[in-house]
Design a protein. Structure first.
Length: 124
């Protein structure tokens, strides 16, 4: 019984705890490799707070505004349409950012197609 407790105690040294929850996208170390203090073992991405970045043509900037609805489809799953909401549009650099709901088929680094779904608000 003492050996079991000793083995359980030694097993606690084998547990790796990540600072955030998410998905492992890259393993930095080799299988059965020796870990060193301060060395990165994995790259982890937060899959609960996904964002998609996109470019906007200069003449289309008025069609994109904070809160506008978009749909996002990916190269990997082109038939799936994921709702997104614009969270930022740069008036100078013509870059946009939209927030997505988590989905098992969405991950950081994927190539996506973004389509605006909302009608621009009228300017009086």
């Amino acid at each position: 019984m003492a050996e079991l407790h000793e083995l359980e105690h030694e097993l606690t040294y084998c547990t790796i705890t990540a600072p955030i929850s998410g998905a492992v996208i890259k393993i930095q170390n080799t299988l059965y490799g020796m870990a060193q203090p301060g060395e990165a073992l994995f790259s982890i991405v937060d899959i609960e707070h996904l964002k998609v970045g996109f470019d906007v043509l200069e003449n289309e900037v008025p069609n994109y505004w904070n809160g506008a609805n978009l749909t996002v489809s990916t190269v990997a799953f082109p038939s799936e349409q994921h709702p997104a909401t614009i969270s930022a549009v740069g008036p100078v650099d013509d870059n946009g950012m939209a927030t997505l709901q988590p989905h098992p088929h969405l991950a950081a680094g994927m190539t996506a197609f973004v389509t605006v779904q909302s009608i621009p608000p009228s300017n009086p």
